[in-house]
Design a protein around this ligand. Structure first.
Ligand code: PLP
Length: 458
């Protein structure tokens, strides 16, 4: 069987998959018993599976397909690049035109104090790069004790050793004896789940000050950096209270530590700005990027480096002993350039801010009226619904955490839409090209899915 066969024998593919394919973040026992879903093609916001079923991609793949599926323009740019120069590396003082053009483009999109990018192939690799970069920066400045990095519980920064360590997913830490020593975690600004006894803004200040407390306890002279997603994505679209980021900004201003804004989900228009840190008026020293950089057409990530960090790294010999065979890969850079060209030409960032973002948000927030929903929240094109067992006592969770969410996710798929479940929160992050009609259909499908889930749970 070839990957391009026009006929998709679902059962045969499932059996072969079960025999030979180990899936990321999948319970392999139940997956093998139930059989995988097989996606065979996609166009715009629509997926098609091996049974010919059309499915609305409410997650833009894995939060990445900003420009929608099936853009031949990106495929053509990659093809052209591959014919001209399919591969060369960027080690040992070498470059190639697509890497130069993409670096210039990214510098023009980033805030004025960020002018360089270090390339890799994923968000996880970007955060492994961050890990070594911040420690090396302080070494070069003659402060070798500044090695600690503070992340947040329930944050997600990838699944390599550094990515898992910087993230705050306890189940991930348990596999592989992580985090790496020298990584600390503070509480997340998750008002619905952990702060509802306070007013949201009071809770925002309260959780932001956990950073101040951690720095004071460990010692400012031992902390290299604080890393955070502007909005925690994989943790459940945790949108912080309005007071949170201004208080973090105050704390960071007063302390001499680096701020790393993980833009892997929030970057490239997802929040109606080029970067999520810009949405919150933050000034990061480093920005890991991936996903929306290429809209997932080819794997590429990077770390955007501020002038401050770049200058520090060039002290006492300018070599950073770090790099990947595919750093700045020419075909991936060509895909990124074509993708960014589409985002700019079609005004997708402004569209999220002024058009489809507010349009979908208005309708999404109304889902809070459903008997199964304790809270509906959305910013940019990142949305969440908190499923609750009893609406009159909404902050009391289901006894068997995650069961309702998984059920709702499966029903959503049956109803023709991908929604992700994080415990009992339902998450969406659709492509930025979603039309008003598709947004209406999305909300209608979610309504039906909530009704169907409610019936089963009753
Ligand atoms: N950082 C954030 C905020 C993410 O959401 C992710 C992936 O979801 C990563 C890093 C890791 O990216 P990748 O899966 O490309 O390694």
């Amino acid at each position: 069987m070839t990957a391009h066969s026009n006929v998709y024998p679902t059962k045969a593919l499932q059996d072969l998959d079960a025999a030979h394919h180990w899936h990321p973040f999948s319970d392999m026992k139940s997956l093998n018993a139930e059989g995988t879903r097989i996606i065979t093609s996609a166009d715009g916001v629509w997926l098609r599976d091996s049974e010919g079923k059309k499915i609305l991609d409410g997650m833009a793949g894995l939060w990445c397909v900003q420009v929608g599926h099936g853009r031949t323009e990106i495929a053509d740019a990659v093809h052209k690049q591959m014919v001209e120069l399919s591969y060369y590396n960027t080690f040992f003082k070498t470059t190639h035109p697509p890497a130069v053009a993409l670096s210039e483009k990214l510098a023009s999109l980033a805030p004025a104090h960020i002018n360089r990018v270090f390339y890799c192939s994923s968000g996880s690799e970007a955060n492994d790069t961050v890990f070594r970069m911040v420690r090396t920066y302080w070494d070069k400045l003659g402060k070798p004790d500044k090695k600690g990095i503070i992340g947040r519980w329930n944050g997600y920064h990838g699944s390599t050793l550094a990515g898992t360590s910087l993230g705050g997913m306890k189940a991930m830490h348990a596999q592989g004896d992580l985090p790496i020593p020298g990584v600390y975690h503070i509480d997340q600004p998750y008002w619905f789940g952990e702060g509802h006894e306070m007013d949201p803004d009071e809770f925002g200040i309260f959780t932001a000050r956990k950073l101040e407390q951690a720095i004071d306890e460990i010692g400012e002279d031992k902390i290299a950096a604080f890393i955070a997603e502007p909005v925690q994505g994989a943790g459940g679209v945790i949108i912080p209270p309005d007071s949170y980021w201004p208080e973090i900004r105050r704390i960071l201003k007063e302390r001499d530590i680096l701020f790393v804004s993980d833009e892997v989900i929030c970057g490239f228009g997802r929040m109606g700005e080029w970067f999520g840190s810009g949405y919150y008026g933050m000034e990061p020293d480093l920005m890991p990027i991936a996903k929306g950089l290429t809209s997932g057409y080819l794997p590429m990530g990077g770390v955007m480096v501020s002038d401050r960090v770049a200058e520090g790294l060039m002290l006492a010999g300018g070599e950073f002993y770090h790099g990947y065979t595919y750093s700045g890969h020419p075909a991936c850079a060509a895909a990124a350039l074509a993708n960014l060209e589409i985002i700019e030409r079609e005004g997708l960032v402004g569209r999220v801010k002024n058009d489809i973002g507010p349009y979908l948000k208005e309708r999404w927030l109304k889902l809070a009226g459903h008997p199964l929903v304790g809270e509906a929240r959305m910013t940019g094109l990142l949305g969440a619904l908190e499923l609750v067992p009893n609406k009159t006592n909404p902050h009391k969770p289901f006894r068997d955490a995650g069961t309702a969410g998984t059920l709702c996710r499966d029903i959503s798929f049956e109803n023709g839409m991908v929604m992700r479940a994080v415990r009992d929160s339902m998450i969406i992050s659709p492509p930025l090209v979603l039309t008003h009609e598709e947004a209406d259909l999305l909300v209608k499908t979610v309504e039906k899915t909530l009704d169907d889930t409610f019936q089963v749970l009753k």
